[in-house]
Design a protein around this ligand. Structure first.
Ligand code: SAH
Length: 212
């Protein structure tokens, strides 16, 4: 159920769904998604579906992880990247090998602690974690070449836009629970931003404050 063959089938499905970036597909082919979810559900790890990870949160489905990563990297390699909503650490583990430095924030401490252990276990050490409300970004580490959010605010937070360098890219789901769009925001100049809608999506909401 967790064999390389099962993972190869997942990669074939992602290709059929239009994912083209070979670097993204290769990292996803190598990633043991089953270690990011509870053992009781690990037989479903390579289905293209979101699964519960506790605290009312879900691990993102592989298709959306691939889409978001591909869209973030579409304009060339990125050095400094911020991830908002570490969750299980699955998206983190796909992004980390493809960028220079990854900064990942999560508001639920126990989820972050587990994610940190998993990343260490698979030997990814270019990630710094912070327990904080990521709607505010991580100003001490800004500006970022890219920001990827795995939780949906009602509007794109101004703080995240301001933490992009010029030319930087923000991928973020925006909207309420039944009308969300995945957006790509590019900082074109100091005070100009362009926005494209990539597809309709369904993410957990971006919530304020932190949970210990
Ligand atoms: N990509 C993750 C998906 C996690 S679900 C994975 O593959 O597992 C989204 C995560 O965003 C949840 O863990 C949730 O706690 C977190 N989140 C929601 N609002 C947040 C906020 N304001 N700051 C940081 N994390 C937040």
């Amino acid at each position: 159920m967790t064999s390389q063959r099962t993972r190869d089938r997942l990669i074939n499905r992602l290709r059929e769904q239009g994912i083209k970036d070979e670097r993204v597909l290769e990292v996803m082919r190598q990633c043991p998604r089953h270690i990011f979810i509870d053992e009781a559900l690990s037989h479903r790890a390579y289905e293209d579906t979101a699964l519960p990870i506790g605290y009312n949160q879900t691990i993102s489905n592989p298709h959306i992880v691939a889409r978001m990563t591909e869209a973030l990297l579409a304009d060339g390699p990125l050095q400094r990247v911020l991830e908002v909503g570490t969750g299980s650490g699955y998206q983190t583990s796909i992004l980390a090998p493809l960028v220079g430095e990854l900064y990942s924030v999560e508001r639920i401490k126990p989820l972050q602690d587990k994610a940190r252990q998993r990343l260490r276990m698979i030997g990814l050490n270019n990630v710094q974690f912070r327990h904080t409300d990521g709607g505010m970004g991580w100003s001490g580490k800004a500006p970022f070449d890219g920001i990827l959010a795995a939780c949906a605010p009602e509007e794109v937070p101004e703080e995240l836009k301001q933490q992009l360098r010029i030319g930087g890219r923000l991928i973020i789901p925006v909207g309420g629970s039944d009308n969300q769009e995945l957006k790509l925001v590019i900082r074109e100049s100091e005070d100009e931003f362009s926005t494209q809608v990539l597809e309709c999506v369904k993410f957990v909401p971006l919530l304020s404050g932190t949970v210990r």
